[in-house]
Design a protein around this ligand. Structure first.
Ligand code: UGA
Length: 439
């Protein structure tokens, strides 16, 4: 626990804002989180967590019981009494690939009149390089400081990532303001990197860009393995023993997705372009990812013995819909993108995902409309011409393969876009198996 509790305001209670607010409260600070969605504020005040995030409910409710965490409507109410205010609002992708800063600017305008003199405003949202200065301009409050403190939280492990970070990055033109933000992390053992704001903002994009590059690289190697008859698992083990390479983030898959990599990689290309640099490597990383999605579509079409233009009458059984395991987030999910292509070609899709069992949220109902959802993974097999494992939920590794084969029929192909299953066991059940880069 921190020895000197600090009063914090957090604007936005999405994945980042809610985790940030709850974790700082867990560390002993007094946190008020504000959101413009009154329904969400009410739910949070009743102890309901609107997202799937391991460990979050527990720390939110512990902090609420200790009177260190509360939820209010609006940015002003969150910022009014705070010494430090975190901006954790979305920065969606604009039409031209750049990040849309309108939520940040709006939040800055709302909090400007209520900020205490000497307060520190912290950009936690992923923002283009130069945004710290833009927030300063939007605030028009020379008596407050603006600091960049990017997050490196993975959905699904966000609480652990917050409380046990590899590093904390603080970008500030003012040493004192950086030290005040660093103090918030006093209860955590980690390296703190204090930089100028532009470097902190660039660190965030470079980190996500590099990780996306690793995945695109391994997906390209997997394609090569298929061409030459090698096995990508063996190749990753072989290269990963070299500590300069490592094995992390080298798991082949259907392509990277989620709310961050797709938008941040495009924004990185855009930011570079706006400053006169053509980031060809990052463009290649994005192209390889687009090709990976197409490669998965081709595998599924091939397994259904049809052409990619006409999948009328074909039923695809899908295991998993979220962009990765451990989250209920469907944003930029490769599964959803691939299913969209299959449905546009006329296929019927029947899907199981552990986060879509039972009552759906309004958002889930909207984005999943047209997909037949089932509450038992084996039900996807009934009448399926092809089955596809899209998300690496651990329970799929223990699926009753004989049950799937009995219901889909022997000879049906199971396309494993995550290389989660043992090909030998799948084949022994009577199904055909197709993974990614597996010999
Ligand atoms: C990512 C980063 O990992 C976080 O450090 C960062 O803070 C966050 O974005 C953000 O900018 O907010 P997240 O989007 O939760 O976190 O997801 P990841 O775990 O990084 O996975 C991204 C995508 O890559 C997923 O589609 C995942 O399935 C895929 N992936 C990941 C692979 O295909 N192979 C791998 O080896 C790893």
């Amino acid at each position: 626990m921190s020895t000197t509790p600090i009063r914090l305001g957090v604007v936005g209670t999405g994945y980042v804002g809610l985790t940030t607010g709850a974790c700082f409260a867990h560390l002993g600070h007094r946190v008020v989180c504000g959101d413009i969605d009154q329904r969400k504020v009410d739910l949070l005040n009743q102890g309901h967590i609107p997202i799937v995030e391991a460990g979050l409910e527990q720390i939110v409710n512990d902090a609420r019981s200790a009177d260190r965490l509360s939820f209010v409507f609006g940015a002003e109410a969150a910022a009014a009494d705070a010494d430090i205010v975190f901006l954790c609002v979305p920065t969606p992708q604009g039409d031209d690939g750049s990040a849309d800063l309108s939520y940040i600017e709006q939040a800055a305008h709302q909090i400007a009149p209520v900020l205490k003199p000497g307060a520190v405003v912290v950009n936690k949202s992923t923002v283009p390089v130069g945004s710290t200065i833009e927030v300063e301009q939007a605030l028009q409050r020379p008596d407050v400081y603006v600091v960049s403190n990017p997050e490196f939280l993975r959905e699904g492990t966000a609480v652990t990532d917050f409380l046990h970070p590899d590093r904390v990055v603080i970008g500030s033109a003012d040493r004192g303001a950086a030290e005040r933000v660093a103090e918030l992390y006093a209860g955590i053992e980690t390296q703190i990197h204090v930089t100028d704001p532009a470097s902190a903002e660039t660190i965030k994009y470079a980190a996500n860009g590099f990780l996306a590059m690793k995945i695109s690289f391994v997906n390209a190697v997997a394609a090569m393995c298929e061409a030459v008859g090698a096995d990508v698992g063996a190749v990753v083990d072989g290269i990963g023993s070299d500590p300069r390479i490592g094995t992390q983030f080298l798991q082949p898959g259907p392509g990277w997705g989620g709310s961050c990599f797709p938008k941040d990689s495009r924004a990185l290309v855009k930011i570079a372009e706006e400053h006169g640099y053509n980031f060809t490597m990052m463009r290649g990383v994005i192209d390889v990812n687009d090709e990976q999605l197409e490669r998965m579509v081709h595998k599924i079409v091939r397994a259904s013995h049809r052409s990619d233009h006409d999948l009328t009458g074909i039923t695809v059984g899908a295991l998993g819909l979220t962009f990765k395991a451990g989250t209920d987030d469907l944003r930029e999910s490769p599964a959803m993108a691939i299913i969209g292509v299959l449905r546009a070609a006329g296929a019927t899709v029947r899907a199981f995902d552990p986060t879509t069992v039972g009552e759906l949220s309004p958002h889930q109902s909207e984005v999943l409309s047209g997909i037949e959802l089932v509450d038992d993974p084996l039900d996807i097999a009934d009448g399926a011409d092809v089955m596809v494992l899209f998300t690496e939920w651990p329970e799929f590794a223990k699926l009753d393969l004989n049950g799937l084969a009995a219901r889909a029929g022997a000879g049906t192909t199971l396309v494993d876009t995550r290389n989660l299953l043992d090909p030998t066991l799948v084949r022994e059940s009577g199904l055909n198996y197709d993974g990614v880069g597996r010999s």
